[in-house]
Ligand binder design. Structure first.
Ligand code: TMP
Length: 210
């Protein structure tokens, strides 16, 4: 039996990881076990790649960055996502291939056909059944990531990119949602965590029932 593959996407500071935690607790309490995973870092080697990719002291060439995200994804697809989906599980991933289109494509400026080829190679054509895109202005997301990094006393390498980088990433995500409205649902996260959680449940619960 084929499982269900759901992804959460959005610019840094959009609130997606908080929402993912809350909704997975909710689903578990209601008897729906989900496999929670993420990119980068959904496998053991992926965790090591994640640490290297997000290290703000690391100088990573954009091509290296693109290929390492793809390597992380190849391992994730083959060792985690495909087996879980083949076993009929509901899998929710905090980021997946849309992030490469948005960050490395629009953010770094790689050609869209190269991005498509690399995404296809790493995913072997595995496309999410549903993607929730958490949307917020760059101004608001930046103040959230600043607060988070001050609390952790640490900033991730991509968080410190300029606002126009994050604007391009946001626009690319919204463009994906416009071109694939059946798969990608946009959720405005400018309200409270509770308000956003209500919107997440309103999409996810009926989807999982079908
Ligand atoms: P996270 O903090 O939401 O887990 O994401 C880690 C960072 O990696 C975030 O800044 C987005 C970035 N990223 C890419 O640039 N390309 C990708 O393909 C993925 C999966 C993440």
């Amino acid at each position: 039996m084929a499982g269900t593959f759901i992804t959460f996407e959005g610019i840094d500071g959009s609130g997606k990881s908080t929402q993912l935690r809350l909704v997975s607790n909710f689903l578990r309490e209601h008897g729906c076990e989900t496999v929670l995973t993420r990119e980068p870092g959904g496998t053991t080697i992926g965790s090591r790649l994640r640490a290297a990719l997000l290290d703000a002291n690391e100088e990573v060439d954009p091509l290296t960055e693109l290929l390492v995200f793809a390597a992380d994804r190849a391992q994730h697809v083959r060792r985690v996502l495909r087996p879980a989906l083949a076993a009929g599980q509901v899998v929710i991933s905090d980021r997946y291939a849309d992030a490469t289109v948005a960050y490395q494509g629009a953010g770094r400026g790689f050609d869209s056909s190269l991005i498509s080829q690399i995404v296809e190679l790493a995913t072997e054509g595995l496309v999410p059944d549903l993607t929730l895109l958490f949307d917020i202005s760059v101004r608001e997301s930046t103040s959230r990531t600043m607060r988070r990094s001050n609390a952790r006393n640490k900033r991730d390498r991509l968080d410190i990119e300029h606002a126009d980088f994050h604007e391009r990433v946001r626009e690319a995500y919204l463009q994906i949602a416009t071109s694939e409205p059946n798969r990608v649902k946009v959720i405005d996260t400018s309200g409270s965590v509770e308000t956003t959680q209500g919107k997440v449940k309103a999409i996810l619960i009926p989807f999982l029932r079908t």
